[in-house]
Design a protein around this ligand. Structure first.
Ligand code: CA
Length: 228
């Protein structure tokens, strides 16, 4: 089954190019001409990813992205920002607003599809949908749930991806740079100390269930998940 992509673009010509290329490659599409229409569609259902034009009439693409990220149900949706602006500071503003990636117009359909595949892959970075269990800890990538015994453990999206990576690569040590590659993908704006922040959050989320000791610091090397 193809993923569904919500296209938010006001220029009919570009809308059509996007729709055509996505359909040709097995995606389903929803189309909105402005942020209000997009929001109405998001209230009704859940696409797999968003392509959002920066310059829209009314609420712009940056504001829409912030609104999606602030919404409890929608916050993890992959978002690619489309724009004619090519300056570096605009790129950073786009990513700061919560977009996962950025595509400058004019873009080639091949580049669009490659970036879309990348953000969709990053959502479940291990490329597997099978639940993983270690001791009493169970992670279900499809249901996006982590349980410790009978109890549901609440994790942020990054902590979830990090735990998924560790659980599928147990007993091996990974450096911060390797974790960035595997868990964050090719995101160039993330610093290595960000890893420490998310490790800390992951440990404190696991602590009430007694699983915080699973994530071990290996001095001078990095981190590993170990049941030893
Ligand atoms: Ca536009």
């Amino acid at each position: 089954m193809g993923a569904t992509v919500l296209i938010v673009e006001d220029e009919p010509g570009i809308q059509e190019v996007l729709r055509f290329n996505l359909h040709q490659n097995g995606y389903d599409t929803w189309v909105a001409s402005d942020a209000e229409q997009a929001w109405a569609l998001l209230r009704e259902g859940m696409p797999d990813a968003l392509l959002v034009d920066w310059m829209l009439p009314g609420m712009n693409g940056i504001e829409l992205t912030r609104k999606v990220r602030a919404d409890r149900r929608l916050k993890d949706l992959p978002i690619i920002m489309l724009t004619a602006r090519i300056e570096e500071r605009d790129k950073i503003l786009g990513l700061d607003s919560g977009a996962d990636d950025y595509l400058s117009k004019p873009f080639s359909p091949r580049e669009l599809l490659a970036r879309l595949r990348a953000v969709l892959r990053r959502r479940v970075p291990q490329g597997t949908e099978a639940p993983v269990e270690i001791g009493l800890l169970r992670l279900d990538p499809v249901g996006h749930r982590v349980t410790g015994g009978e109890q549901l453990i609440e994790l942020g999206p990054t902590e979830f991806r990090l735990l998924h990576f560790f659980m599928t690569h147990a007993e091996r040590v990974y450096s911060r740079a390797q974790l960035l590659d595997h868990v964050w993908g090719d995101h160039v704006f993330v610093e290595e100390r960000t890893v420490d922040v998310h490790i800390r959050r992951l440990r404190s989320a696991l602590a009430p269930y007694g699983h915080d000791g699973l994530i071990q610091t290996v001095r001078g090397a990095g981190y590993r998940l170990s049941v030893q």
